[in-house]
Design a protein around this ligand. Sequence first.
Ligand code: SF4
Length: 93
Amino acid sequence: MFPVDQFPNGICRKVDPEVMYPNPSDAEGIADAKEVCRFCEHRTDCFEAAMLLPAAKDFGVFGATTDDERKKLRRKAKRSAPTDRTADLALTS
Ligand code: SF4
C-alpha cells in the first residue's frame, strides 16, 4: 500500500499521477511534485507513512520528500540509533 492510498483527500489525487513520480534526475519535476505536497493537510502523516515503506518499494514523492531523500534519512536514523549493546549500557548505568 502506498502512503497516498491512506489519504483520499490528498492534493495529489487532483493531479496527473505521473507528476508524483518524477525521474530522479529531473529537478524541475521533483520541485513540481513537492509543490503539490506543500499545502496538503496530510503532508506529515504521508511522510511518516512513506518512511515505513520497504526501501525496495519506496519510489516517488510523498510528504514532499523524494525516495532518495527518505533513503538517506533512513540510513542516517539507522546510524544514530543505539545498538543493542549501547542500549544495554544505558539501561544499566
Ligand atoms: S503529502 Fe503529497 S503525496 Fe502525500 S497525500 Fe498529500 S499531496 Fe499526496
